[in-house]
Design a protein around this ligand. Sequence first.
Ligand code: FES
Length: 571
Amino acid sequence: MKKLRSQEWYGREGRDGFLYRSWMKNQGWPHDLFEGRPVIGICNTWSELTPCNAHFRELAEWVKRGVWEAGGFPLEFPVMSLGETQLRPTAMLFRNLASMDVEESIRGNPIDGVVLLMGCDKTTPSLLMGAASCGLPTIGVSGGPMLSGKFRGGDLGSGTGLWQMTDQLRKGEMKPEEYYQAESCMHRSKGHCMTMGTASTMANMVEALGMSLPGNAAIPAVDARRNTLAQMSGRRIVEMVRQDLGISKILTRAAFENAIRALAAVGGSTNAVIHLIAIAGRIGVPLSLEDFDRIGASLPCLVNLQPAGQHLMEDYFYAGGLPAVLRQLGEAGVLNRDALTVNGHSTWENVREAPCWNRDVIHSIEQPLKANSGITVLRGNLAPDGAIIKLAAASPHLLQHRGRAVVFESIEECHARIEDDSLDVDENCVLVLKNCGPIGYPGMAEVGNILLPPKLLRKGVTDMIRISDARMSGTAYGTVILHVCPEAAAGGPLALVQSGDMIELDVAHRELRLEVDENSLAARRAKWTPPPLPKRGWARLYAEHVMQADKGADFDFLVGNSGAVVARDSH
Ligand code: FES
């Protein structure tokens, strides 16, 4: 076995060895633990302010069991945790900050391998990005989804149910007291959102990338098998260290292609596009928006989960989870079968006999839930560097459409005007929201699924085209064009759109066009001034260094990796 990295700390003689070991012994560790056991860092995003990860201290104990059993030495450490529903102005503003915390915490400490405990939306990409920039053997353990929400005898999905009930409330079809009753019914167990929102999508991405043991994505947080998976992951990471199976051997181009295909097949969140590009950037795998269109757009959606479908993550687990989906893709010849996974087996070896127990939840590739429903990339004079649309969640009748723009310069203006029945808007209009991108918000908030005007809801309108430089919650739905690049605050053409302009969407030809001639656009540009940057602190650093969504919204100076070597001692 290669010399353990941790022995550069604990295997030292004299003053250095004394210093590195002695302070650790204040926790009661006996001396022999420092004599050549693989040290496994358990990177924990536990926080009571991240409710989806609030059970992670217990989960970490199961990982530790496995590490001890395999002869390792587990050491748990906290990193910045990002609670999607609590953090203002948006958890995404802090994804890169958390990734830096993870990267430096791993690299600076005497760790040989790392287990990533992740759940709520941004906790998964931030940990993978940080770990990818270090390169140590790494295994992911997701916290698992909540049990299905239940309300009035039926399912109530995280987020998706909220968007639906909010429209019912605004239409006067639901009473406020009923709306508030639903709060306790939607989220009734530990775990993350149980729709195919961003957390569930990213848990599927972890598994599709080969970064977790098979079955990781779907096991409910409260199911005993979640603990078993954590324990087995603890055992496995010790073996990975002994085999020198670093993260770069797992996160290959083939793995990312599998993730893109899985994203289409599960009807996953648009947020995965940004996160996968950012993770790939850290590990040095080229990945572009075009890859999502070319590899994933023509694939069918197989998984009948909200928001694209009907069921919830608990049903997905009982039906067979991601292994059943990947088997379908493998049998159809659209899976890189040889991609290596953390258990040492190929993706195909892991899934080739995976059963499906419910074809209403996981459809076959011959009879998919929806055809051609992967993430689709649009371009044109309104989005020269691209924009995306999730076809699985869009209305087919709007995919070829020409309409009059109704423009909101900010989210505040949108909130103030959209509820006003005097707003000059009809169902054929295109709602345009500006200044909600990475720089503009800042942090690219999930506000792209603009609420429909109540006067149109009352008319029975259920969807309209919405365009913005924002993101959208993975639990949301509609014909929503997101991540317009460059964003308005960076001077993209989106900044120049005015109410009354005509906009044409042509998904079949991948086009998003603003029908304003070049001279008029040039005149508008001459009058445009960029919004002021935040004055100080993290938001300032963020605005100065964040790249656009098509580059994963990572920082320009964080792309790539620095390995795990730290040559200097601390004393
Ligand atoms: Fe944490 Fe949805 S809010 S996963």
